[in-house]
Ligand binder design. Sequence first.
Ligand code: SAM
Length: 290
Amino acid sequence: MVGGANGRWVVETLYEKEGFTCAFRADKVLYEEETGQQHLVIFENGLFGRMMALDGITQVTERDEFIYHEMMTHVPILAHGNAKRVLIIGGGDGGILREVIRHRSVEHVTMVEIDPAVTDFCKKQLPQISAGAFDDPRLNLVFADGAKFVEDTDESYDVIIVDSTDPIGPGEVLFREEFYRAAHARLTPGGVIVTQNGVPFMQGDELKSTMEKFRRLFKVASCYLATIPTYVGGPMAMGWGTDDETLKAVPLEELEKRYAAAGLTTRYYTPEVHKAAFALPRYVETCVKV
Ligand code: SAM
């Protein structure tokens, strides 16, 4: 956070050591706290509305959150076609949860968030992100380390969505092979895991590292893309791991049927965008096929 003639600025710290940063003017700081897990700040910005940063890294903004939350949720659930049990790791702001519970086919959602402060303050200061989803009777909300949860639980899930921070601080364990291995064991046959895997143009090594591990654990290790303006540097990769080769190749007509049956109205996701998201530019393909 830096001060200046025209107010305070929240500086994006994700690429500081590489020599790049950007900043969002904090027209109004709504909440700021060292939660014990991480530094949390929620503030108003003229262009992106209410925003949250954890350890100086942009997590969610009111204006563009729909892109990430729709694509991290509807791609795996509509590709699966009959997802009844969903596990969310992280996701403290409630945006993924909001999109998951829109699927009537989903009977149970477990959400494992390490930092209750994130959920508490997002409910109060960014309520439009979760939009009441935390009150859904299908939710089992667990405050714990997601890596430990998947090691200890004997529950299984059709879709696992890892909506983590970046591999810094508490999020680091969610990029380790032992986490992916334990998560793989928690998938039902035909299940799929998707992971927040950063912006390949800026964080290509992270995607390479996840894909190497996924290739050792899953029959299919890939990713798909969506462009979120505040995750700077180009399209963001969503890691894709499954033992069911058919999930990535669901025909467009089938996706259209499932989308219509789900009765979703979306602002970014469409069945065509779903299919196209798996078409990878060469530089991303090289991260996947390391
Ligand atoms: N959409 C954001 C992104 O792409 O970076 C992620 C948003 S969400 C706020 C990330 C959440 O992961 C945070 O609430 C953070 O507390 C949580 N988290 C980090 N490490 C975790 C862990 N080991 N187990 C569970 N949750 C974790």
